[in-house]
Design a protein around this ligand. Structure first.
Ligand SMILES: Cc1cc2nc3c(=O)[nH]c(=O)nc-3n(C[C@H](O)[C@H](O)[C@H](O)COP(=O)(O)OP(=O)(O)OC[C@H]3O[C@@H](n4cnc5c(N)ncnc54)[C@H](O)[C@@H]3O)c2cc1C
Ligand code: SF4
Ligand code: SF4
Length: 628
């Protein structure tokens, strides 16, 4: 690795921007990059310690590999995880996986329909009829109890029998430590990558985020321009909302017909279950039907009385005032779940968005000097709800391709990467699964019934049948207040509530939920806590000084005219709030980096109607717990 310096004309008074040379630079350390580095590490050196794949920038040494992760720890992540681990088991034995803290073999799985015990849920007639019939016949029904119906079978396509439960934070830390232990790569946490370095049609490396700048990004005291890390191959594994992947999309475009319009925010708690809880380690519960029919939930029971649990609030829900945090609490309070949770304590909390377009959101996978892996490359299977294993496998495939090319002393050109990495990917089970799942979620754009029917059809026919629909652009998925809640709250009353809250400078979401009949949350200070307390109790929140704000409103004049300010109604951490004249203001001290603001805006961006007015950029910090 070599360090150099360059000084641009505009930076004459500023310190030099350092330049470092590496062979491979990776953006982000999630499961995809974990799979990449784990595989690559096995091939860099011969058994006698001599390099098997020699570096071009440091002759005599093996390939020089750098990896930059924006979060303050390599174990950042918010995810279940239940996984069949088909790909991960190609890298590790079960005995090795058992070493991962919190890893637990799947022991039993249930799919549960949750009825509405409160009467507040916005259920279509079909769900109300189903609830009525289930309650009426409940005493005779062995699968009914506690306002819930346990499906006699988990649909085979969702079944994770024989798989593993992990904490993604613990899994990533374990993988990261193993990779670093081999000396094969340096993994740098707390190091956001601002952008790719694009030269003509080639990616020549990455530029790290500037430090010593004010919130707007202007140089301040201690200004240190982000280093350029130049490399023959840039591996982009930055997840569903990564700014580097988005910059590549902006430069090279998505393949014809692909889009990134389906997304969800996933919010989770890790809890200590109360003493005597009946749930066995390895239990997996999937729920649907409550708090709103379109919200799916999960509970995974690890060993030692710890459980991961949470919900997914999809973009197709369309509500302009949805709050994942409160929905999560109502979900936990459902009698079917609360009987297991009452008396438990919160260990950690987190939120993260998921790309739900799957293969239809697939970007260009490779180009001259770069390749995409993981969820940002469209690998997540939106039918089976599985993303970790798939991301891992795409990383493994890229590593195998890199080894093949490096051994043959071929450069990392588009042509060579397509003939090796993309070819492997196209012929793998990940691709076949993603193709079958491609239209699984379309039906949700018609409504919950069509959505469930579509998933069932797709799952049972391996993708041959589905409920056809096309996802509207992001801003059109947000419904008008009256259109969404009009069946339960008169339009005039909604407008009055909206006007009153605008004057108070407050978000509307809780008032609407209260008016719909959602009961108050009985805060207990240990598991049911306020949103703000969850920020304090749920992990460590960091917002390091000296970086620019990573959430930016690119045109506040559009916000002034905006009628549905979903940015602050939905923000996962109340980090966006109404400020002067009701305009949204960002407070990074509260931001958990869920990334929802990249998708969640009710107005199209001028010149790019697929994007909104907010931009989620590279930033350090956020809320982090090593066991999320
Ligand atoms: C609540 C929730 C539950 C889930 N449950 C499951 C489950 O049960 N089973 C399952 O298989 N999948 C599950 N998933 C999906 C799964 O977590 C993802 O598919 C998987 O994590 C994708 O891996 P990845 O490596 O592609 O991306 P990510 O895990 O998103 O990792 C990307 C990394 O890149 C970093 N990064 C981004 N931008 C930059 C930058 N500019 N500079 C430096 N670093 C950057 C991020 O901080 C992150 O660490 C769940 C997701 C959520 C949110
Ligand atoms: S960021 Fe989007 S949703 Fe929020 S006020 Fe501005 S235009 Fe409206
Ligand atoms: S401001 Fe932060 S917490 Fe709020 S939606 Fe955006 S990324 Fe998530």
């Amino acid at each position: 690795m070599g360090l150099g310096a360059e000084r641009s004309a505009t930076e004459t008074a500023a310190p030099s921007r350092q330049v470092m040379e590496a062979d491979i630079v990776c953006v982000g350390f999630g499961p995809a990059t974990g799979g990449f580095l784990t595989t690559l590490a096995k091939h860099l050196n011969n058994s006698d310690g001599t390099p098997a794949l020699e570096s071009a920038v440091a002759p005599g040494l093996p390939l020089q590999v750098m990896c930059y992760e924006r979060a303050d720890d390599v174990g950042f992540g918010v995810s279940g995880v239940v996984t069949k681990a088909r790909g991960i088991r190609g890298s590790f034995t079960d005995a090795e996986l058992a070493e991962v803290p919190m890893a637990t073999p799947v022991a039993g799985e249930k799919m549960v329909y949750l009825l509405d015990p409160t009467g507040a849920s916005l259920r279509p007639v079909s769900f109300r009829v189903a609830d009525f019939l289930l309650k009426a016949t409940g005493k005779l029904d062995p699968w009914y109890g506690d306002h819930a119906f346990e499906l006699p079978l988990v649909p085979p396509f969702l079944n994770k029998h024989g798989g593993w439960l992990f904490s993604i934070g613990q899994f990533s830390q374990w993988v990261g430590a193993r990779v670093m232990g081999t000396g094969a790569a340096q993994i740098w946490p707390a190091t956001p990558v601002a952008s790719p370095v694009i030269e003509g049609d080639r990616v020549a490396g990455v530029r790290l985020a500037d430090q010593g700048v004010d919130k707007a990004g202007n140089p301040a005291a201690n200004y240190l321009p982000g280093m350029d890390v130049r490399a023959g191959l840039t591996v982009v594994g930055d997840g569903p909302v990564g700014p580097v992947g988005r910059a590549l999309d902006a430069r090279f475009g998505l393949p014809e017909g692909n889009h990134r319009r389906d997304w969800a925010v996933g919010m989770k708690f890790v809890v200590n279950l109360p003493a005597g809880c009946a749930l066995k380690p390895g239990t997996v519960l999937h729920t649907f039907g409550y708090p709103e029919p379109g919200i799916f939930g999960f509970m995974y029971v690890h060993k030692d009385g710890v459980a991961s649990l949470g919900i997914f609030v999809p973009s197709s829900l369309g509500s302009p005032v949805r709050t994942a945090y409160r929905y999560l609490q109502h979900w936990m309070l459902h009698p079917y779940l609360w009987k297991h949770l009452k008396g438990g304590t919160l260990r950690s909390w987190g939120a993260k968005t998921l790309g739900e377009s799957g293969i239809r959101g697939e970007p260009r996978l490779a180009g001259d000097g770069w390749a995409r892996i993981g969820e940002g490359s469209g690998s997540t299977n939106t039918l089976t709800g599985s993303g970790v294993d798939e991301a891992w496998v795409t990383g493994v495939q890229l590593a195998e391709a890199v080894v093949e090319l490096a051994k043959a002393k071929k450069p990392f050109t588009k042509e060579n990467l397509e003939a090796t990495y993309v070819k492997r990917r196209r012929s793998s089970w990940v691709q076949k699964g993603a193709q079958a799942a491609g239209r699984a979620r379309d039906g949700f754009h018609w409504g919950m019934e069509a959505g469930l029917a579509g998933m069932g059809l797709t799952g049972m026919t391996g993708g041959l049948l589905f409920m056809p629909a096309s996802a509207p652009p992001l801003h059109k998925q947000v419904k008008k207040l009256g259109a969404y809640f009009g069946s339960r709250i008169p339009a005039a009353e909604l407008e009055k509530m909206k006007a009153e809250h605008a004057v108070k400078g407050a978000a509307l979401r809780d008032a609407v939920m209260d008016r719909l009949g959602w009961p108050p949350i009985p805060f207990d200070g240990q598991l049911l806590v306020s949103h703000q307390d969850a920020l304090l109790m749920g992990g460590k929140v960091q917002a390091p000084a000296g970086y620019a704000d990573h959430v930016v409103f690119i045109d506040h004049s559009i916000c002034e005219r905006c009628d549905a300010r979903v940015c602050y109604e939905l923000c996962s951490a109340q980090a966006i709030a109404p400020g002067e004249n009701g305009l949204p203001v960002f407070d990074r001290e509260k931001c958990v980096h869920c990334g929802a603001c990249q998708w969640n805006c009710s107005q199209p961006r001028p010149g790019d109607p697929e994007a909104g007015i907010m931009e989620f950029r590279a930033g350090a910090g956020g809320l982090h717990s090593p066991e999320n």
